[in-house]
Ligand binder design. Structure first.
Ligand SMILES: C[S@@+](CC[C@H](N)C(=O)[O-])C[C@H]1O[C@@H](n2cnc3c(N)ncnc32)[C@H](O)[C@@H]1O
Length: 447
């Protein structure tokens, strides 16, 4: 494992924490194609490990640093976090190597004083490992927040909503790496054929539990370099997100509007289920994201999608009473995606949930008139916050008595594992379902 890998991880962490970059985008930006797999793995482990355990690591640093955390320079802090992560969480790296490599990075990015400081803190952490990992369990809120590194406001909300045990398990699962799921493009291949092809290339492949088109890959190394990917035989998508198309279950020759559709994961799935027959209008507010939908549709061979830059809050009289199906896959807090994007824990603010719920409700209200009688409205998010999910749907149903929830459990495999079906909607959790945290409600317009 090279010195370069750690330096690259350091620069990625700075990019995420100081420039607000998304982890997956920052990683792709910094990892150059010539890098060997071992170094690439180390970079990913360091970046995700530090992001996932940030609060816990800071708690450990506070026990061995003579300087107050607030006074440590952000770059030096990041190097310390990487060092402590390697010392505490990575058995395969000897502490001495972790300390020396971090000191080498400080030599390049810090000054003489900081070299001594980092060396001292990391040696201290290594000597007192057993002691620094302990977190006081007296106050359960503080304990969960530090031990599983989630902001206190988030843990508090979840304890109030779901209880302490549930919250602890959820936070623990949020720190586990999510599996890579792929959706088979049944327009171009079959699940069996793709499964066999992937297995013949030494990929370990399993069926998803809930979504028909889902395969789970245990060792997804460079899976998007495969010819099958380039030919559009599959797309990377979480199993939960595949359930939107599956639950919509659109008929061929329908007219569908996907209001918030970039990068097109659900639009292309809907097109696949419709056997490329009918019409899908895929909109998004951001011009630059439209290209992503077009690229995905083209690669997957879905040719019934028409993309448009369009604000979901703006009225479009031309669609009045026209739609068979309308999907509002709303912009949301993304708190169901923490396994994949741990930086969400640190970038999201509690006030965002209120602001987003206002936007989500307004979008629903704005599109309801586009749906024709007996047409379907699907509302989905990748969060576990009730205020962005069932509370939005209930408010909408209260204000619009011509809509009602319709049962969806018959459309999902292993339905008994999803207790919210009894209440008429789907809510998935990472620690229970091993999927992203995800919400789906299906409503019919009766008049
Ligand atoms: C959850 S993502 C959609 C994911 C997409 N449905 C898929 O499956 O690939 C939400 C999308 O809503 C878009 N968005 C945010 N505000 C919007 C608005 N007012 N009108 C339309 N789209 C909006 C964002 O750009 C983002 O792409």
């Amino acid at each position: 494992m090279s010195h370069d890998a750690r330096e690259i991880a350091f620069n990625i962490l700075l990019d995420i924490n100081q420039n607000g970059a998304f982890s997956n985008i920052a990683i792709n930006r910094h990892i150059k194609s010539g890098l060997n797999p071992q170094d690439e793995n180390l970079i990913r482990e360091l970046v995700y490990g530090v992001l996932e355990n940030k609060l816990y690591i800071d708690h450990m640093i506070s026990k061995v640093s003579k300087i107050k955390l607030k006074k440590i320079h952000p770059s030096i802090f990041e190097i310390l976090r990487m060092g402590v992560y390697q010392i505490v969480f990575m058995d395969k790296i000897p502490d001495r190597a972790a300390v020396n490599e971090c000191v080498n990075i400080v030599k390049k990015y810090g000054h003489k004083g900081t070299v001594g400081f980092v060396n001292g803190v990391l040696r201290n952490a290594s000597r007192n490992k057993e002691e620094i990992i302990v977190v006081d369990e007296k106050n359960k809120l503080d304990y969960i927040s530090i031990k599983y590194s989630h902001p206190k406001w988030m843990v508090k909300r979840w304890i109030e909503e779901f209880g302490e045990d549930f919250t602890e398990k959820l936070c623990q699962a949020n720190n586990h790496k999510a599996e890579i799921n792929i959706r088979v493009n049944t327009i171009k291949t079959t699940k069996d054929i793709l499964k066999k092809t992937l297995m013949s290339r030494d990929y370990v492949v399993r069926d998803g539990l809930y979504a028909k088109d889902c395969l789970i890959i245990d060792n997804p190394y460079r899976i998007t370099d495969l010819e099958e990917f380039k030919l559009g035989h599959f797309i990377i998508q979480d199993e939960s997100s595949m359930l939107v198309g599956q639950i919509m279950n659109p008929r061929e020759e329908s007219l569908v509007l996907d209001v918030c559709s970039a990068p097109g994961g659900k639009s292309t799935h809907i097109g696949q289920i419709m056997n490329n027959k009918g019409s899908i209008i895929s909109r998004d507010i951001y011009d630059h994201k439209i290209k992503l939908i077009n690229d995905n549709a083209q690669r997957l061979g879905i040719n019934i999608i028409k993309t448009e830059v369009f604000d979901g809050l703006k009225k479009d009289d031309s669609l009045y009473n026209k739609l068979d199906y309308c999907l509002v896959d709303a912009p949301c807090s993304g708190l169901g995606l923490i396994r994949r994007k741990p930086e969400i824990k640190w970038n999201r603010k509690e006030e965002d949930i209120k602001d987003l719920s206002i936007l989500q409700y307004k979008i629903l209200e704005n599109v309801k008139d586009y749906i024709k009688k007996d047409g379907i409205l699907i509302y989905s998010t990748c969060t576990i916050e009730k205020d962005e999910n069932i509370n939005i749907v209930n408010k909408f149903l209260k204000e619009n008595d011509n809509f009602r929830l319709i049962s969806i459990d018959n459309l999902v495999e292993n339905k008994d594992e999803i207790p919210t079906f009894k209440k008429g909607y789907l809510q998935l959790f990472p620690h229970i379902h091993n999927t992203d945290g995800f919400f789906i409600a299906k409503m019919i317009k009766e008049r």
